[in-house]
Design a protein around this ligand. Structure first.
Ligand code: EPZ
Length: 417
């Protein structure tokens, strides 16, 4: 397995361009199953998760061509309504095919997605919504068997905000006769971009960026072409890379408004930013003030930036409290950061981060996507050499991260394992 070797302590400078958003693209790929014909997605990065989703869709019978940053999906001959265990267990977002398969074919057999390093990942909200739309759901040998000879509009009240369940329900409802109202829907930008894509296909969805979505079912959808939004989590990760190395880097091709809460919290920490239309420049700070955060659904602090922000707080001149409310086990990065001489004490879903003067390089192991990116950030700041093993986790959600960081003046080598 590949490793990263990072020689830390370097100042960064220059501009980094953000890639298309993985978590926006995955549901939109699945949405292309709703129509016969060729949909075209632009600004698609070459990430493991996106290639895995393409594999799942090829199994279903879609034809996918992925050249440069353009992906063509022709779902004309899609027909095999199954997402098998060996694929779903590797990439939980495969469950996004359930809504489109039910809507177009009235049937779906999807393996239960397993848990992962950040905790158990239930899908009960997805299943309740499918049942509300008229699907019959059975669980057999680790598979979800969903059948819906006749679906009907419904009122769906999510008891918890769920990005995935909101996306799956939207994709099931757009071809479902009648009116469907979703209450307590997720309002993440990735949901907004899915709504844009579905409406481009001819769907009738109102309420974008609000927690109440109204869908009027249509008989047929057509393929669509759209440019994917930039990845707000990659953008936030690079903003923190600038901050943790005290470097005035510019993050371009991003939407600063999508990471407004992060920028607010970093201003409290002492940083500032020059905000452009689709870029921002980090104004570093000699000292880092401690800042408390609590993760919550959008537009509050995103769980996908919790680990990265925690790494920054390891160098603050005081104690910060980091509370994770979305995935309470999402602290695999803590023990690894403490190997770099951070001083973090974990108690259930709350990390108490006692700032230290500096981190020092060590051998650490990546465990999940965002924890891995966090170890890269800490390695950039640490004095000496940091070696990170199992970096395939990083390649799931960051395109050429070492190339982008080296272009900013970092010293990272990818070593074949
Ligand atoms: C999406 O996961 C993202 N993944 C996650 O990003 C992100 O952390 C998460 O949303 C929260 O923003 C993709 O978009 C592919 P949820 P998802 O359903 O949809 C509970 C990354 O690093 N829940 O919004 O799986 C769940 O356990 C990944 O890019 C149920 O209880 O998240 C969690 O506590 C990691 N029942 C909360 O809801 C359900 O049926 C929010 O989960 C579904 C979810």
């Amino acid at each position: 397995m590949d490793k990263f070797i990072i020689n830390g302590g370097k100042k960064l400078s220059g501009i980094v361009e953000i890639s298309g958003a993985k978590n926006a693209i995955l549901p939109i790929m699945a949405a292309a199953l709703l129509a016969k014909g060729k949909s075209v997605l632009h600004n698609v990065p070459h990430l493991i998760d996106i290639k895995m989703m393409a594999h799942v869709m090829r199994v279903i019978g879609a034809r996918i061509d992925f050249e440069g940053d353009t992906m063509e999906i022709d779902a004309t001959h899609a027909s095999y309504c199954e997402a098998p265990y060996e694929l779903v267990s590797k990439m939980r977002a495969s469950i996004y095919v359930m809504g489109p398969l039910l809507a177009r074919f009235g049937s779906a057999r999807v393996s239960f997605p397993g848990g992962c390093a950040i905790g158990t990942r239930p899908v009960d909200l997805h299943l309740k919504a499918m049942e509300a739309l008229g699907a019959n759901i059975e669980i057999e040998h680790g598979y979800i068997l969903a059948n819906a000879p006749k679906m009907h509009g419904s009122e769906i009240h999510f008891e918890k905000v769920s990005v995935g369940a909101t996306a799956n329900t939207l994709m099931a409802a757009v071809l479902t006769k009648g009116e469907t109202n979703i209450f307590n829907a997720a309002i993440e930008p990735e949901i907004g971009s899915l709504i844009d894509f579905l409406n481009l296909m001819g769907a009738k969805i109102d309420g974008k960026d609000t927690t109440h979505l109204k869908i009027i079912g249509v008989n047929k959808l057509k393929p669509a072409e759209m440019t994917m939004i930039p990845d707000r989590i990659e953008a936030g990760t690079f903003v923190i890379a600038g901050a943790i190395t005290n470097s005035p880097i510019t993050v371009s091709n991003c939407q600063p408004a999508h990471i407004g809460i992060l920028l607010d919290k970093m201003k409290v920490a002492g940083f500032d930013f020059e905000i452009g239309e689709n870029s921002l420049k980090v104004i570093p700070s000699e000292t880092i003030n401690p800042v408390n955060i609590q993760t919550q659904p959008y537009p509050l602090f995103p769980t996908d930036l919790q680990a990265q922000f925690l790494a920054l707080m390891t160098l603050a001149n005081g104690t910060s409290i980091i509370e994770e409310t979305i995935f309470p086990d999402r602290f695999m990065h803590v023990s690894e950061l403490n190997r770099l001489d951070a001083n973090i004490v974990l108690n259930k879903n709350i990390a108490t981060v006692n700032g230290v003067k500096s981190l020092s390089g060590a051998e650490v192991m990546a465990t999940d996507l965002r924890a891995s990116a966090t170890l890269v950030l800490a390695g950039l700041a640490a004095q000496g050499q940091t070696t990170i093993s199992r970096i395939y986790h990083i390649d799931r959600g960051y395109e050429r991260i070492e190339e982008k960081l080296n272009n900013l003046g970092a010293d990272i080598k990818r070593v074949k394992g």
